[in-house]
Design a protein around this ligand. Structure first.
Ligand code: ADP
Ligand code: MN
Ligand code: MN
Ligand code: MN
Ligand code: MN
Length: 366
C-alpha cells in the first residue's frame, strides 16, 4: 500500500490555516502502553510549553476513570513538530490527572502517569547528567481484522524458516516492512525526536529503533513520541505494531527495550570504575528493577535468544547473554556507559530511567 499523509484535494497545499494551528494532544491510556490522542485548534503559533492550555478527556473510555466521574485532565509536558500536518502544527505529549474529590480544587496524577512519580528522582540526580539511549524492539503484524494478528511476512497461520537470516536483513525474502520503518525514521527526524538509528531484528517482521542519548526525563518524552509516530505511520500502511515482549511462543526472539545508561562520572576519564560500582548496586536491587521492567518480561527472559534468565544477574564485556553488557569500546577506553539488557519492549521509560539513576547515583531504595 502506498503511504498517504495528505488530503484528496489537489489544491490542499494552498489551503490557509489563517494563523490558527492544529495541536494533537497525546496521552498514555490506562493500559500503560497504548496511546490515545485528539486534536484541537489553537489561535496562535506556540512559542513555549506555557502557551499550551490544559485539556480533558473521557477517562471512562480509556481505563482511567469511572463513568460517573469521568473527566481526566491533561497537562502538556513536551511538544514536537507534527510531520504529518506540517507547518506550525504540533504534537503535544500530555500527563494525565484527576480531581482528588468533589470540590475539584486539587489534582492527583491519574494511573499510569509515571512521569509525575519519576520527576523528583530525575530532579534529585540532575547534577550527574544521566544519559539514556533506549533500543525499542517491536513487531510489525499483519492485521486483516481486529482479532487475528500474525507477524508481517509470515505464511498465514504458519511459520517461516528459522531465525538466522533476518537480523539486519536486506531482500524481499527476509525483510518485511521497511516502508513502515523508514517512514517512521523520517517522521521522527521531522518531528524533532532524537532517534539515533534503526535495524531489522532477529525474528522475521521484528524491528528496532533507538532513541538517545537523551538527558534525564526527556528520554521518556522522546521515546513515547517515537512510539506515537510509529503507530501513526502504521495506520497509513495498514500494518499493526506490537510491543508485546513475547508475542510468539517457542524459539522465536522476544522483544526487549535495552537501556544504555551513563552518568557524568561514567563518561569521564576512568569512568569504568564507576560503571562497575553501579553494576554491583544493580545486582543488589535485581528484584526491584525487574518489577518495573515491563509486563510479561519473564516470558522473554528465558536465558535463550540473547537474554539472561529472569532469576539470574550477570555482567559481561560484549556479552549478549548477560543482564548488563559493557560495550567492548567502553572497556578499552575505560569510560562510557553500560547496557541494561533486562527491560522489555513494553517498558515505561520514565520508570526505568528513574530507578536506574536512583540505584546508581543515590544508591538506595526510592
Ligand atoms: P546495541 O549494540 O546494543 O544494538 P544500539 O546501537 O542499538 O546498541 O544502541 C545504543 C544506544 O546507546 C544508542 O541509542 C546510543 O545513542 C546510546 N548511547 C551511546 N552512548 C551513550 C552514553 N554514553 N550514555 C547513554 N546512551 C548512550
Ligand atoms: Mn463528545
Ligand atoms: Mn540495538
Ligand atoms: Mn536489538
Ligand atoms: Mn542492545
Amino acid at each position: 500500500m502506498k503511504p498517504f499523509y495528505g488530503c484528496y484535494h489537489t489544491n490542499f497545499d494552498e489551503w490557509q490555516q489563517h494563523d490558527r494551528i492544529m495541536a494533537e494532544y497525546i496521552w498514555i491510556d490506562g493500559t500503560g502502553i497504548n496511546l490515545r490522542s485528539k486534536s484541537r485548534s489553537l489561535d496562535k503559533k506556540i512559542e513555549c510549553l506555557a502557551d499550551l492550555p490544559d485539556w480533558n478527556f473521557d477517562g471512562s473510555s480509556t481505563e482511567q476513570a469511572c463513568t460517573e466521574d469521568s473527566e481526566v485532565i491533561i497537562k502538556p509536558v513536551a511538544y514536537f513538530k507534527d510531520p504529518f500536518r506540517g507547518g506550525d502544527n504540533l504534537l503535544v505529549l500530555c500527563s494525565s490527572y484527576s480531581w482528588t474529590d468533589e470540590t475539584r480544587t486539587e489534582l492527583k496524577p491519574a494511573n499510569t502517569n509515571f512521569r509525575y512519580f519519576s520527576e523528583p528522582i530525575f530532579e534529585e540526580c540532575k547534577d550527574e547528567q544521566p544519559w539514556y539511549g533506549i533500543e525499542q524492539e517491536y513487531y510489525l503484524m499483519e492485521c486483516s481484522n481486529a482479532f487475528t494478528q500474525w507477524p508481517l511476512g509470515w505464511p498465514e497461520g504458519g511459520f517461516p524458516s528459522s531465525q538466522g537470516p533476518y537480523y539486519c536483513s536486506v531482500g524481499a525474502t527476509v525483510c518485511y516492512g521497511r516502508a513502515v520503518v523508514d517512514t517512521h525514521y523520517r517522521a521522527c527526524l521531522a518531528a524533532g525526536v532524537n532517534i539515533s538509528g534503526t535495524n531489522g531484528e532477529t525474528m522475521p517482521g521484528q524491528w528496532e529503533f533507538q532513541v538517545g542519548p537523551c538527558e534525564g526525563i526527556s528520554i521518556g518524552d522522546h521515546l513515547w513520541m517515537a512510539r506515537y509516530l510509529l503507530e501513526r505511520v502504521s495506520e497509513d500502511l495498514g500494518v499493526a505494531v506490537s510491543f508485546d515482549p513475547k508475542p510468539i511462543k517457542g524459539d522465536w526472539a522476544g522483544a526487549g527495550g535495552h537501556v544504555n545508561f551513563s552518568t557524568k562520572t561514567m563518561r569521564e576519564e576512568g569512568g569504568l570504575k564507576e560503571i562497575y560500582e553501579a553494576v554491583d548496586k544493580m545486582k543488589e536491587r535485581q528484584k526491584e528493577h525487574l518489577d518495573l521492567y515491563g509486563l510479561d518480561n519473564e516470558k522473554r527472559l528465558t536465558g535463550k535468544n540473547e537474554t539472561c534468565a529472569h532469576g539470574e544477574f550477570t555482567c559481561g564485556v560484549g556479552d549478549r547473554t548477560a543482564s548488563i553488557r559493557i560495550p567492548t569500546s567502553v572497556e578499552s577506553s575505560k569510560m562510557g556507559y553500560l547496557e541494561d539488557r533486562r527491560p522489555a519492549s513494553n517498558l515505561d521509560p520514565y520508570l526505568v530511567g528513574a530507578i536506574l539513576v536512583s540505584t546508581c547515583v543515590i544508591g538506595e531504595s526510592k
